[in-house]
Design a binder for this molecule. Structure first.
Ligand code: G3H
Ligand code: 13P
Ligand code: NA
Ligand code: ZN
Length: 328
């Protein structure tokens, strides 16, 4: 059945687990997440970016989620708008059956320019009021995601925001977080602490200097009942880099967020963990392997099924690692 983010994360907080939020764009990705959830009895957060909605079409996405809920009746599913940039994006998502939206006011509506605190608070409070009227949940974001190594702040599409940002802009300020939650009444709060979107997060295995887990711990101390969200939480596993590169890919060596750091976050109030890149890499590695090993193959099912299975395996691992398993 479809449930809201608030319902799901309240349960996660009560029982001390985290929930991976997997981005989906098509049927294979939706099936991968639900098959994995079914195997380990985990509740699910599916999320669609603005790009996903354009790619798949809102009606196609809405019917797909309805179908997944009908096939897997015993799995609670939250359908979430990832990185909504304005009121229209968030409200049309709800209109298409999403039970939760992210109003990302950390950037201006162009999704490129870091926004002022006042802009962020005002637009997030407006969206939260409207979403709550109709029973949908809201995630806000405070602080601009980006690299503490380079000071490169990040736009929603993974392209760089203008200029070099200070650590103050790249790390969520705990005092501001308290004021923001009070003023906006968001159900969940995404915070910035050194992660960024995509595969190229860190040039070495991250330590405290470039992944500021202490920021999460401080915010959790100040806001013990608020559900925290970690964006840019792909781990970019070495094995997935290796499969892609073994079968003709060209991905330079890179590091993501270690799973043990995410588990540490879950102990400090992180309840929603956003993962897209790892799923993309799992699927792409599997597809490369089939096509390179079997150049005569041209039936899409012959590579889409292995792609779906590789993503299912990744999703299952995260459900088990984050304690989501057994909580459906
Ligand atoms: O936030 C970024 C997510 O990975 C979605 O990416 O906008 O390319 O669909 P996308
Ligand atoms: P990754 O690129 O690390 O998978 O992050 C995804 C994300 O934060 C979606 O909002
Ligand atoms: Na989101
Ligand atoms: Zn994100």
């Amino acid at each position: 059945a479809l449930i809201t983010l608030r319902q799901l994360l309240d349960h996660a907080a009560e029982y001390g687990y985290g929930v991976p939020a997997f981005n989906i764009n098509n049927m294979e990705q939706g099936l991968a997440v639900l098959e994995a959830a079914d195997e380990v009895d985990a509740p699910v957060i599916l999320q669609a970016s603005r790009g996903a909605r354009t790619y798949a079409n809102d009606i196609m996405l809405a019917r797909m989620v309805e179908a997944l809920a009908e096939i897997y009746t015993h799995i609670p599913i939250c359908m979430h708008q990832d990185h909504g940039n304005d009121e229209a994006t968030c409200l049309t998502a709800i209109q298409h059956g999403f039970t939760s939206v992210m109003m990302d006011g950390s950037l201006e509506a162009d999704a490129k320019t870091p926004a002022s605190y006042d802009y962020n608070e005002a637009i997030t409070a407006r969206v939260t009021a409207m979403a709550h009227w109709v029973g949908a949940s809201v995630e806000g974001e405070l602080g601009v995601l980006g690299s503490l190594e380079t000071g490169q702040g990040e736009a929603e599409d993974g392209h760089g925001a203008e200029g070099v940002l200070s650590h103050d802009q790249l790390l969520t300020d705990p005092d501001q977080a308290v004021a923001f939650v009070k003023a906006t009444k968001v159900d969940a709060l995404a915070i910035a602490m050194g992660t960024s979107h995509g595969a190229y997060k860190f040039t070495r295995k991250p330590d405290g200097a470039i992944l500021a887990m202490n920021v999460i711990e401080e915010i959790h101390r100040r806001l013990p009942t608020v559900h925290l969200v970690m964006h840019g939480s792909s781990s970019v596993p070495q094995e997935l880099q290796d499969v892609i590169n073994e079968f003709g890919g060209e991905m330079p060596q890179t590091w993501g967020v270690p799973v043990e750091e995410i588990i540490r976050g879950i102990k400090s109030g992180v309840r929603k963990v956003n993962i897209d890149t790892d799923c993309r890499m799992a699927m792409t590695g599997a597809i490369r392997k089939v096509l390179v090993s079997n150049p005569a193959e041209f039936d899409p099912r012959k590579y889409l099924k292995p792609a779906k299975d590789a993503m299912r395996k990744l999703c299952r691992e995260r459900f088990e690692q984050f304690g989501t398993a057994g909580n459906a």
